[in-house]
Design a protein around this ligand. Structure first.
Ligand code: HPA
Ligand code: ZN
Length: 314
């Protein structure tokens, strides 16, 4: 299995149905049914919004520092088995603080799991764009006492209607703190969202970015500046951003000379972890070993915090 870095992974999206049921029992939280198959049965999505509704519902079972620890520890074990040598992991603090979970529990649990995990990993704090710019700024300020626990900020959740430019101020504050900057753009939103993420937010990587391919000038910009794109093929199929894997634009992105990486996004929901994404590209799209090797090399080059002395490597 080829060594790789994973750069687009929401830790909340690794909450497997089995863990939903276990944590619900542990925390005495009522589920409609304490049944793994009933939880899994909801994983059939029409679009990003319908996925996010299920994703946020399931988070109700995450309450304590131990819960966050167990979630991240389980991911890192799976990541190791999938050939991941370095991970930069998104988390959504507002999805927890809005339910009354203290930031201390989120940072405490995730950081302890990363410290003890078998794969070197770092955290990227994501703002939920549909909760607006003011709350994003309050969230960043509340997280700054935990500054040593995260390396960057990102932007996720419902994309259309929440353009990157709304978040200029909070990204400026993050930049002044020396934090890396990324944003989801060009998943459901158009190329204009990718332009804004680059020009207004100063992002160093674009998450998804597949709709950038609709704009040749944008493709040229991404190529010339070697801006990495964290593409998530199985996610795109499950969220019906592309009709099928066979129609995925990823090989064309590679042919354009873009710094493409392959990632799992929310593997508990989208039918596979990162090696499963690589394998699906080989099987369904006929991508060659040479192409997949290039993608894996890109993943290390695109990482912010990869240290080949600790991470094994490409
Ligand atoms: N897109 C936007 N927001 C998200 C995603 C995604 O794929 N996964 C978790 N939050
Ligand atoms: Zn994502």
């Amino acid at each position: 299995m080829r060594p790789k870095a994973e750069l687009h992974l929401h830790i909340e999206g690794t909450l497997e149905p089995e863990l939903v049921v276990d944590l619900a029992r542990r925390n005495r939280i009522e589920l409609p049914a304490f049944d793994v198959e009933a939880v899994r049965a909801r994983n059939d999505f029409a679009d990003l919004r319908s996925f996010l509704d299920v994703y946020y519902d399931n988070l109700a079972v995450l309450r304590t520092e131990e819960d966050f620890h167990d979630l991240a520890a389980a991911y890192l074990r799976r990541a190791a088995a999938q050939g991941v040598r370095h991970a930069e992991i998104f988390f959504d603090p507002q999805a927890h603080t809005s339910r009354g979970v203290p930031l201390e529990a989120v940072f405490g649990g995730l950081s302890a799991a990363l410290r003890d995990g078998e794969v070197p990993a770092a955290l990227i704090l994501c703002f939920l764009r549909d909760r607006g710019a003011e709350e994003a700024e309050r969230t960043l300020r509340a997280a700054l006492p935990f500054r040593e626990h995260f390396i960057g900020v990102g932007l996720d959740s419902a994309e259309v209607g929440y353009p990157p430019s709304l978040f200029r101020r909070v990204f400026d504050i993050a930049a002044a703190e020396g934090l890396h900057r990324v944003a989801h753009a060009g998943e459901e939103g158009g190329p204009d969202y990718v332009w804004e993420a680059l020009d207004v937010l100063g992002v160093e990587r674009v998450d998804h970015g597949i709709r950038a391919m609709e704009d040749p000038q944008l493709v040229a910009r991404l190529r010339e500046e070697r801006i990495p794109l964290t593409v998530c093929p199985l996610s795109n199929v499950r969220l019906r951003v592309v009709p099928s894997l066979r129609d995925h634009i990823l090989p064309a992105m590679l042919d354009e000379g873009l710094v493409v990486t392959v990632n799992s996004d929310d593997p508990a929901y989208f039918g596979g972890y990162v090696e499963d994404n690589y394998e699906a590209l080989r099987r369904e799209l006929g991508m060659t070993g040479e192409q997949l090797d290039r993608i894996a090399r890109n993943s290390f080059a695109a990482a912010f915090a990869y240290d080949p002395r600790h991470g094994g490597g490409a």
